[in-house]
Ligand binder design. Structure first.
Ligand code: 5GP
Ligand code: 5GP
Ligand code: 5GP
Length: 208
């Protein structure tokens, strides 16, 4: 009898604010397909354990295969853009995410399933819209951490994890938002453990 092993407890679905990736000392490079929309972009869907640790690079016999996502490549380029330098078309970033994280949930989601699940979660959470609906806009202004957390909790039903980085002048700013998802990658859940986020109590939401 074949038994699927599933050695993790939940997923972090992680989205990044492009303005906060790009305005740091390290800067960024737009993808070869052009400047992404001013929207949160997917960073990854990461299998995690309840104690905060996580598995990685679980199966080097199942490496990223770009042909497996050819029919959703346009959506990935728009919703999961790469901002690392040098500019790329996305395959390197998606391949890194699949090889490091996706292989650890391969018994549940195959390659196209993994990327499709993330696209669906982005649509389902609609974070920029949720924040803008309560007047939290990517306008370079500062907002309280609690107001951002509350807006997302009110819309999703669950408390998100927020991660900050610092811009070139040293301001704490909203970099990534972590949403917890069950092992089927479809239902949002309360986070068993929140990531350590390094945010000040008031944080910048930079323009992109
Ligand atoms: P950083 O050191 O920039 O926080 O994270 C580097 C990388 O480690 C992330 O891109 C991600 O691949 C992985 N990582 C960091 N924190 C977590 C976590 O809490 N859970 C999982 N599954 N991966 C993480
Ligand atoms: P992690 O291991 O932290 O999940 O993934 C980060 C890796 O993906 C790094 O090697 C980074 O250079 C690469 N990468 C490519 N594009 C991006 C991007 O848009 N955002 C982030 N955070 N990492 C990216
Ligand atoms: P990696 O291990 O992924 O190459 O990168 C380590 C850290 O540096 C990650 O947290 C990633 O977000 C960041 N990083 C990697 N490449 C770039 C880049 O081109 N620009 C910026 N701003 N950060 C990067």
């Amino acid at each position: 009898v074949f038994c699927a092993s599933q050695d993790f407890d939940f997923f972090y679905f992680v989205q990044q604010w492009p303005g906060s990736y790009c305005d740091t000392k390290q800067s960024c490079c737009y993808p070869t397909t052009g400047k992404p929309a001013a929207d949160f972009g997917i960073h990854g869907l990461w299998p995690n354990y309840n104690d905060g640790s996580y598995p990685s690079n679980c199966d080097n016999s199942n490496p990223f295969d770009p042909s497996s996502i050819s029919d959703i490549k346009r959506q990935l380029q728009s919703e999961w853009p790469t901002l690392a330098c040098p500019s790329g078309d996305g395959n390197k970033f998606w391949g890194h995410e699949w090889n490091k994280h996706g292989t650890c949930s391969e018994d549940i989601l195959d390659q196209p399933g993994y990327f499709q699940a993330a696209l669906k979660l982005k649509q389902q959470t609609d974070l920029l819209n949720v924040l803008q609906n309560v007047g939290i806009n990517p306008d370079g202004e500062f907002y309280s951490l609690t107001s951002i957390t509350k807006a997302i909790r009110d819309s999703t039903g669950f408390t998100p994890g927020l991660e900050c980085n610092v811009d070139a002048s040293g301001n704490s700013q909203l970099y990534q938002i972590y949403i917890c998802v069950d092992t089927s990658a479809t239902n949002l859940i309360e986070c068993p453990v929140l990531p350590r986020g390094k945010c000040s109590s008031r944080i910048e939401f930079p323009i992109f």
